[in-house]
Design a protein around this ligand. Sequence first.
Ligand code: PEP
Length: 254
Amino acid sequence: MNKERKLIVAGNWKMNKTVAEALDLVRGLKLELANVKEVDVVVCPPFTALEAVGKAVLDSNIRLGAQNMSEHNVGAHTGEIAAVMLKEFSVRYVILGHSERRQDQKEADALIARKAAAVHGAALKPIICVGETLAERQAGEMQKVLETQVRGSLAGLTGEQMEESIIAYEPVWAIGTGQTATTAQAQEAHAFIRGLLVKMFNETVARRVRIQYGGSVKPSNARELMSQPDVDGALVGGASLEARSFADIIKNSI
Ligand code: PEP
């Protein structure tokens, strides 16, 4: 597929996989994806499997991501994980503001922006998630919600940092539901987000930022979604838990 930006496909394993299961999955992925150079491939295991998976992918084209990170660098923050700890395990990417965390942990845009600053401060790359709920879409508020989240979650980033960031558009109604956004719905939202980046930064920055689509991506719909001009990859939940389906999403998008 001839794209303006290099595709980036990331697997969000969420709270799945013991260390043994994670190693099993990553061994399978290394075999399936050994020759893939056209797409940046990232896996995001739970914290407990980062060390093992980090070692396992060292000699491969697979990069490591975490699912969250503290805004703080060190100290009295029980249960939190700092950038320097992630870097010990060769983590390169950090998912921020996933809708499950926005909902369950009440993460707000301002916190996500502070985390994004911390991620960049450690020379890691954030994957910043935004997306509307079904009720918001049905109320005609999709653009308003996306604008609030994008402006709030990216507040304070420099143009240079923005270019090194990834945005994941994940309509909440499509996550884990099997109900994928249509290609037209995905393209519309992605183009809207890129338009916001033009206003917030400039044309050059906006043209360089990769915007992933997330929400029930499967091998059967990956190609069509990623063929849209403003869809630059995918953030994959359920289908990333099995080597064959995650690898097929990547192969089908090339
Ligand atoms: C996700 O949680 O980021 C996600 C997109 O999940 P799924 O692919 O299962 O819809």
